[in-house]
Structures are given as structure tokens and as C-alpha cells.
Design a protein around this ligand. Structure first.
Ligand code: NDP
Length: 480
């Protein structure tokens, strides 16, 4: 069976402990490869390599840095089919989705930041006739990037690309649940000629590898995407060390449907925003709020279309939902469905595990589930489930829609469906969410700041925000 390697100092290497962990194919419920069970010794080695590489990489001309990154982006494009297959097997998502979204976006992330770095300009300020100030931005040093399992290569590259483009060197950890695409990516880095030590990938579990990255004194910034509970732990360790922190955390996103919406667009996109990637996207709209006048019609049609979604073998073209990432995660999602029932919820459709006959019989599949009859404050409507489960509830006024939307500890994203132009702006302004989509979902312009409010995160990634995060500003004041 395939053994995944770490990527340290330009080499594919075994973990120092010699131990490996099982890597599951969640659609089959079977181990299909092994990943390094790395620890702080591997992180120390990776950090040493990153530190040694920093001087040369940070002073490499921008155009040369961009050239090697663009080569990596091209190689991702060349290997799209192979990477998409690996991601589908590792995570359980439909192959079609990996091919059309995750892998192309991974390549786009690298291309965007490789070229963006060449267009950064610095500012100067004339202070009356007394002095000129100018600001320089220099790469911060060795940084740690820790990513989750739901969009493995996409979120991995979303972090490392701006760091590398800015001139930092990186120690990165993908999720233990989905290590394969980052491993294949390290092979592409070698092929593209990325200098040794510039990017180091240490595979393993969060408690050992992630924690060691956060604790390492040489690592001066942490860019993390994952759950809010893990984010809190990371902040508790990193803040007293005065590390720069960017935390992209969980969500419980509202999807607000006003009666004057374009019904067809609202319904078809809401099906996607509820169940894409089995609902395992931090930006999925898991709380659907529908204006009362449209509620019955929306619910009937939404349930009908949910029932039509094919849950099945991720490698089959017709499958719209694949497997959840792990057995533990499936059990967590199922336990929330039970909780919803205890809280008085009505299961309108779905509500249970699905057995997919054949190769995937032991896989971790859950039927797309729609729940009604719950109030806004119950746990089902407050906690992140991160699976194919949505609640639908009615609202009476615009104020109530805003109040319900903002009534969780999270504030990652929101969607509004309305044809009333003034209302769309008014409501968007009042929502406490880092991104608000009006009459669309998941459109991402990489130039815009991205991140959550409240417990959905601290800091902003994307565009200049990410480039800034990985640099330190210095002001020089010159008397004239
Ligand atoms: P986790 O928080 O469990 O894990 C995220 C990463 O952190 C993994 O690589 C994990 O390692 C690692 N980790 C775990 N413990 C520690 C620790 N003590 N120190 C350092 N690193 C650690 O999240 P999931 O992987 O379960 O991802 C799902 C979550 O991510 C959801 O809450 C989702 O909303 C959120 N998310 C947020 C996004 C955003 O942009 N805001 C985007 C995508 C997802 P390992 O798992 O290998 O043990």
C-alpha cells in the first residue's frame, strides 16, 4: 500500500519516528494508504530547513519567484485528472466537483498570488513640507500554514501561495484526514524546481504536528483554517508568543429568501449552497430563512429537489453527494439529526445513513436532510454541523430576517435572495458576516478580503490582505 512522505528541505522523507497512520477512503470505509505520524522532531527539521532557505528565497527577484510558482500552477493543470481523483478518494467528494472546482481553484490560487506579488506598490506620504514618509513591506520570515480536510488542495494552496509569493518560507500541515493531494503537490514542487526548504510539508495529526508548528519559536506567523475550537487553542498558544495570527474558522451561515426573489435561481442555487461537497464547505448556507408568503411553496419544491439528489459512488458521474470524510464525522452529523428530533424538529427528507450498494457499501454516506419546526435558538440552529443538513424556518419581516441571521456566535457568510435593489444593500449592510452574496453563492474574486466575523475568525485572507499578512510594514520618515 502507498506510503505518503513528508516533504522537508526539498526531499521526500519518512517521519523520524518511523510511524505511520492509516489513511481511509471514506467512500469505501477502507484504509488505502498510510501517512507519516510526524511529531515535533519533524517540525523542528522542517523549520530549520525553512529558516535556512529564507534568506535566498526572500531576496530572489519577484519575477523569478513568480516563475517557479507559475510553473507549479501549470503542473497542477497538467495533472488535473490525477489530483482530482486523489482528492475524491481522500475526501469522499464527487470526482466531478474535484475536477471542476477544487483542483482548478488550487491552480488559480497559485497563479493569482504569483502574479499579484509583482503588482504590489508601496505608499509614501508627504508631511507638510517637513518630511517624507515611505512604507516598506518585507516578508515576515518562516510561517506556519495549517489547513483542514474539506477542500484539501484548494485551502492548502490558498494559504501557502501568498506566503511563498510574499517571500516567506513555509512549514505546512494538511489535515491528517486528507493528506494525499498535498503529498502529490510536493512532487510537483520538486519537478518545478522550487528551491529546497522554501516549502516544507509535515504530515500527521493536529495535536502533535499542528501544535508543534504553533509552538515553534522560529515560526513568526500562523495562518490557520479549521474549526473554532481548534482556533481557540491555537490563539491561546500563539498569542503570548506575539505571533501574527490569521484564523479562518467555522460558520453557521444564513441563506435568506425574500418572497420577491427569482424563485428558480434561489431554489437551484440553494440546493447547491446546502449540499455541495456533502455540506462540508464552511460557506454552505445551513440555515435557510424564507419569507412567510413564500415558505410553503419554497419548502415543497426544495424538498422535492433534495429527494432527487443522487447520493452515491463519488467516482460516478451522476453522484451529486459523495461520502462524508470519516466515520467519526458521519456519526457527528447523524447525532445532530437525532438532536434536531429531540429539539422538536420535523425531518422533511433524508435523516439517515445511506448504504450505497457495491464497492461503496461500507462508505460514510448520509442522505441530504431538511429539517423544519425548530426555533432560532436551539442547538441545531446554533452549532456547526458541517454535513448535508439544513434547517428551514419562516420569517415575517426584514428586521426579523436580519435578527435571525445574526443570532449565532458565527459570522462567516450569508446569502440574500431578492429582486429589491435597495433591500439587498440594506440587508447586506446589517448582516454580521465576512462575505454576503446577493442572488448568488460561492462566487469568489480573489482580490477581495476574505474571512469571518465573530467566532468565524480573526484577520482577513485573500488579495492584498494575504500579501500584507505575510509581510511586516516599516515606515521610514525622512526630514526634508
Ligand atoms: P480542525 O480544526 O479539526 O482541523 C484543522 C487543522 O488543524 C487540521 O490540519 C488539524 O489536524 C489541525 N489541528 C488540530 N488540532 C490542532 C492543534 N492543537 N494545533 C494546531 N493544529 C491543529 O478542522 P477540520 O479539519 O475538522 O475542518 C473543518 C472546520 O474547518 C469546520 O469548522 C469549517 O467550518 C472550518 N473551515 C473554515 C473555513 C473558512 O474559510 N473559514 C474554510 C474551510 C473549513 P488534524 O485534523 O490532522 O488532526
Amino acid at each position: 500500500m502507498k506510503k505518503i512522505s513528508n516533504y522537508i528541505n526539498g526531499q521526500l522523507v519518512s517521519p523520524q519516528s518511523g510511524s505511520y497512520l492509516d489513511n481511509y477512503n471514506p467512500a469505501e470505509g477502507k484504509v488505502y494508504s498510510y501517512l507519516p505520524d510526524s511529531d515535533s522532531l519533524d517540525v523542528a527539521e522542517a523549520t530549520k530547513a525553512a529558516q535556512a532557505a529564507f534568506g535566498a528565497w526572500s531576496s530572489t527577484p519577484l519575477a523569478n519567484r513568480a516563475a517557479v510558482l507559475l510553473k507549479i500552477a501549470d503542473l497542477i493543470g497538467r495533472d488535473l485528472d490525477k489530483l482530482a481523483l486523489a482528492e475524491s478518494i481522500d475526501q469522499g467528494k464527487p470526482l466531478k466537483l474535484a475536477k471542476s472546482m477544487d483542483i482548478p481553484r488550487a491552480s488559480a490560487n497559485i497563479r493569482f498570488f504569483a502574479t499579484a506579488a509583482m503588482h504590489v506598490s508601496s505608499e509614501s506620504h508627504l508631511m507638510d513640507e517637513v518630511a517624507i514618509n515611505y512604507t516598506t513591506r518585507t516578508p515576515i520570515g518562516v510561517v506556519g500554514c495549517i489547513s483542514p480536510w474539506n477542500l484539501p488542495l484548494y485551502l492548502f494552496t490558498w494559504k501557502i501561495a501568498p506566503a511563498l509569493a510574499a517571500g516567506c518560507t513555509v512549514v505546512a500541515k494538511p489535515s491528517e484526514l486528507t493528506p494525499m493531494t498535498a503529498f502529490l503537490f510536493s512532487e510537483l514542487c520538486i519537478e518545478a524546481g522550487l528551491p529546497a526548504g522554501v516549502l516544507n510539508i509535515v504530515q500527521g495529526v493536529g495535536a502533535k504536528v499542528g501544535q508543534a508548528i504553533v509552538e515553534h519559536p522560529t515560526i513568526s506567523a500562523i495562518s490557520f483554517t479549521g474549526g473554532t475550537v481548534t482556533g481557540k487553542k491555537i490563539a491561546a498558544t500563539a498569542a503570548p508568543m506575539f505571533k501574527k495570527l490569521s484564523l479562518e474558522l467555522g460558520g453557521k451561515n444564513p441563506n435568506i429568501i425574500f418572497a420577491d426573489c427569482d424563485f428558480e435561481e434561489a431554489i437551484s442555487t440553494s440546493i447547491q449552497s446546502s449540499f455541495s461537497n456533502q455540506g462540508e464547505i464552511c460557506l454552505c448556507g445551513s440555515r435557510i430563512l424564507v419569507e412567510r408568503g413564500l415558505y410553503e411553496k419554497f419548502l415543497t419544491e426544495f424538498v422535492k429537489r433534495t429527494n432527487e439528489l443522487v447520493v452515491g459512488d463519488p467516482l460516478e458521474e451522476k453522484s451529486r453527494l459523495g461520502a462524508l470524510v470519516s466515520e467519526a464525522h458521519m456519526q457527528k452529523v447523524l447525532s445532530y439529526i437525532e438532536l434536531a428530533k429531540q429539539e422538536g424538529g420535523k425531518i422533511e427528507c433524508g435523516g439517515s445513513r445511506v448504504v450505497v450498494v457495491g464497492r461503496c457499501e461500507a462508505g460514510y454516506f448520509v442522505a441530504p436532510t431538511v429539517i423544519t419546526g425548530l426555533n432560532q435558538s436551539c442547538r441545531t440552529n446554533q452549532e456547526e454541523i458541517f454535513g448535508p443538513v439544513v434547517t428551514i424556518m419562516p420569517f415575517d419581516t426584514e428586521e426579523e430576517a436580519i435578527e435571525f441571521s445574526n443570532a449565532t456566535a458565527y459570522g462567516l457568510s450569508a446569502t440574500i435572495w431578492t429582486t429589491n435593489l435597495k433591500r439587498s444593500h440594506r440587508v447586506a449592510h446589517k448582516l454580521k458576516s465576512g462575505i454576503v452574496w446577493v442572488n448568488c453563492w460561492l462566487l469568489r474574486d480573489l482580490r477581495t478580503p476574505f474571512g469571518g466575523m465573530k467566532q468565524s475568525g480573526v484577520g482577513r485572507e485573500g488579495g492584498w490582505e494575504a500579501m500584507k499578512f505575510f509581510t511586516e510594514a516599516k515606515n521610514v520618515c525622512v526630514k526634508i
